[in-house]
Design a protein around this ligand. Structure first.
Ligand code: ADP
Length: 259
């Protein structure tokens, strides 16, 4: 993969003390990328200098979510320069490294080396870097915890998810390697009626919070299943950048993460 090999891992440019926060999930499709984008924006609104790494080789979606699809990052002295977004959250994505699809065929070491280039990029004054990990517990996650040693991990799940072995396995990966779980975000919790805004709970309520208590990790909050979240995300305008109830929910979660 020429694009990957041309750009070597950065040497030393750690002028700023950086906190890495991993965002993980047991399986795909639970809204991990959506939560990562919105949490990054909410943290930035709270005054943090935030950067976002999209390490999800199976479905890199941050360029689209953050409204910069198709923009390739530049490099200076073999170090990648994060792509600015309209939300004061520069990003780097596996999807910007190669054309969509080919990252899927990467062997473990290639994905690990690509992750290194994204994490060790020229993040400038950024003090907090969120890492949107692929779902599950594969090579990228292992490299993340062993080599890059995040300060903590946020687990995203859906209401039915935490009882499943997958989410617990994701939590295990971090706790066994000494990475604190900052907490669990329950996404797609309840359904927001597009007509009247009322929230109903087709899958029950409180399951993830109970499971978090059971596991001894903080519960960070719930985000409803809301068509507006999907449409605004697809349009590259994450709701956390706006002024609606969803923005409030993400700002609340960001406050707990920032503590
Ligand atoms: P993952 O990163 O876990 O694979 P995504 O963030 O890509 O999941 O989300 C999967 C799909 O679900 C996307 O189409 C996204 O817009 C949608 N989605 C995520 N969270 C919500 C939500 N709270 N309400 C409505 N749609 C959502």
């Amino acid at each position: 993969v020429p694009g990957v090999e041309q750009v070597r891992i950065a040497q030393t440019q750690s002028r700023v003390e950086r906190t890495l926060i991993a965002i993980a999930s047991g399986k795909g499709g639970v809204g991990k990328s959506t939560v990562s984008a919105n949490l990054a924006i909410a943290l930035a609104r709270g005054g943090r200098k935030v950067g976002l790494v999209d390490a999800d080789i199976y479905g890199p979606s941050q360029p689209k979510l953050m409204g910069v699809e198709g923009t390739k990052p530049q490099a200076r002295e073999k170090t990648l320069l994060p792509v600015p977004t309209p939300y004061d959250v520069p990003i780097l994505s596996m999807g910007q490294m190669v054309d969509a699809g080919s990252a899927l065929a990467w062997r473990g070491p290639m994905a690990a080396s690509a992750l290194g280039q994204l994490v060790d990029a020229d993040w400038g004054d950024r003090d907090t870097i969120l890492i949107d990990l692929p779902p599950g517990t594969g090579d990228v996650q292992l490299t993340m915890v062993q080599k890059h040693k995040p300060a903590g991990a946020v687990i995203v799940c859906t209401p039915q998810d935490l009882a499943l072995i997958d989410a617990r396995r994701a939590i295990d990966l971090f706790t066994k390697t000494g990475v604190p779980i900052l907490g669990i975000v329950e996404n797609m919790a309840g359904y927001t009626c597009p007509e009247c805004g009322a929230i109903s709970d087709p899958f029950g309520r409180g399951g993830a919070e109970a499971a978090a208590n059971d596991l001894g990790v903080p519960f960070l909050g719930r985000i409803p299943l809301d068509i507006a979240i999907r449409t605004s995300s697809d349009a590259g305008t994450p709701p956390a950048a706006g002024n609606g109830a969803e923005a409030e929910a993400f700002v609340g979660i960001a406050k707990k993460v920032a503590e």
